[in-house]
Design a protein around this ligand. Structure first.
Ligand code: FES
Ligand code: FES
Length: 167
């Protein structure tokens, strides 16, 4: 990280596998860096205060709220957003499971839930129900009532196990 002016900092951040070097305001939030500087608007900004999980991304393998992190804190790190989850036009099994289980209604919360689910399954491919609830406990949904989301995670786990696929 190179500080060039009092309020600008040069960062190197790997976003969805691509290395990006940018000169950014030192107080820029990670969610705004992704949405405004990288045009990755799949990451949503909901509450802006670490309560809803809509802004969840995976940072060095861990699900984090990008609305309460500065982009400069991600310098030298690897960020994965919802745009990096699918393989071109082919949806990731977690995304397919969310659609098939009816876990997507307005969809605003969905990227955050999918990133939290992916971070969980990368570490724990066969989680217990309580572990799923704990991992998704920081994500809120106003539409589904949550049961469809839990169903979606179980469906994704079953399908990925059958196909021998890793998150
Ligand atoms: S927008 Fe980040 S937790 Fe709500
Ligand atoms: S699907 Fe609308 S907030 Fe979750």
């Amino acid at each position: 990280m190179t500080r060039l002016k009092p309020n600008l900092t040069e960062v190197t951040i790997t976003v969805n596998g691509e290395v990006h070097q940018d000169l950014i305001p030192s107080d820029l939030l990670l969610v705004d860096y992704l949405r405004q500087y990288k045009a990755l608007t799949g990451t949503k900004k909901g509450c802006g205060s670490a309560e809803c999980g809509a802004c969840t991304v995976i940072l060095n393998g861990r699900a984090v709220y990008s609305c309460v992190m500065l982009a400069v804190q991600a310098d030298g790190m690897s960020v994965e957003t919802i745009e990096g989850v699918s393989d071109g036009d082919t949806l990731h099994p977690i995304q397919e499971a969310f659609l098939d289980a009816g876990a997507v209604q307005c969809g605003y919360c969905t990227p955050g839930f999918i990133m939290s689910t992916k971070a969980l399954l990368e570490k724990n491919p066969e989680p217990e129900e309580c572990e799923i609830k704990e991992a998704l406990g920081g994500n809120l949904c106003r539409c589904t009532g949550y049961q469809q989301i839990l169903d979606a995670v179980h469906l994704a786990v079953d399908r990925m196990k059958e196909e021998g696929q890793q998150a």
